[in-house]
Design a protein around this ligand. Structure first.
Ligand code: FE2
Ligand code: FE2
Length: 261
């Protein structure tokens, strides 16, 4: 069981975001199977500062010894995340790494661009990803990234997604690695399924507020028009079953008491 959390947007001074993360963690810990690993697919913090990173780390303490794997979103500061969560690599380098997760292999690929809301997969990241995938050809793999390589239909969200050329370049890399079973993303703050290179793209619901579903003809591509609405927080988990990866999407009642009670 690989649990995927996304977009908690923790702030040092925001208790609402913290409460939503706490409710999600209670749900994760109440699963009847102990997770093999937990992924957070970006926007761990809302503003990237060290105090928010440290609060996020403290809020995640209930996970105890469960292996925790993070990757940056556009709201995070890559170096603050690297320092707080002990990620490897040189300062300024994109974060691309792999980790075992039970019967699965998790490969994380950094799509964040310092100072920008949109993502990029430039040649350097794609080369690093290609090499990381080539190192584990025999294990069904969850490829995790913050920005989804898919359109949402919400133009303002798609204007801060991955450029079409980058999505196409990623499809070429993925096509070379048949073990990639699912591409697991965040950023869009909605649960959604799409596809790239014949693999499912799962966009995990956010822990923080949800994206307003502005898909009407009058909706604009202006990122300033993005609005968040108060839907319940959620998360996903991925399991290897019968040789394929099945993914569950969970909704959590943020106001509910501890489900273990
Ligand atoms: Fe986000
Ligand atoms: Fe994001």
């Amino acid at each position: 069981v690989l649990v995927q959390l996304s977009d908690p947007h923790i702030r040092a001074d925001d208790d609402q975001a913290a409460t939503r993360l706490e409710a999600v963690l209670r749900s994760v810990l109440a699963l009847e199977r102990t997770p093999d690993a937990v992924l957070i697919s970006g926007d761990i913090t809302d503003a990237g500062d060290a105090a928010s990173c440290e609060r996020a780390r403290d809020l995640l303490a209930p996970l105890g010894d469960l292996p925790l794997h993070v990757l940056p979103g556009n709201h995070d500061d890559r170096e603050a995340l690297r320092a707080t969560f002990g990620l490897g690599g040189e300062a300024g380098e994109p974060i691309v790494y792999s980790a075992p997760a039970g019967d699965l292999r998790l490969v994380c690929c950094d799509t964040a661009v310092t100072g920008a809301a949109g993502g990029r997969l430039d040649e350097r990241r794609l080369d690093a990803l290609d090499a990381e995938l080539a190192a584990g050809p025999g294990t069904p793999t969850v490829l995790a990234m913050h920005h989804p390589p898919a359109l949402t239909g919400v133009k303002a969200m798609d204007s801060i997604g991955l450029p079409e050329a980058d999505r196409r370049a990623l499809a070429e890399v993925v096509a070379r690695h048949p073990q990639v079973a699912v591409i697991a993303c965040g950023h869009a703050h909605r649960s959604m399924v799409s596809a790239l290179a014949g693999r499912p793209v799962l966009i995990c619901p956010s822990i923080f507020l949800a994206l307003e579903l502005a898909i009407g003809p009058d909706a604009t591509a202006d990122p300033d028009s993005l609005a968040l609405v108060g839907e319940p927080p959620g998360y996903a988990f991925h399991m290897l079953l019968g040789g394929a990866v099945s993914s569950h999407v969970m909704t959590v009642d943020g106001a509910a008491s501890d489900p273990r009670d």
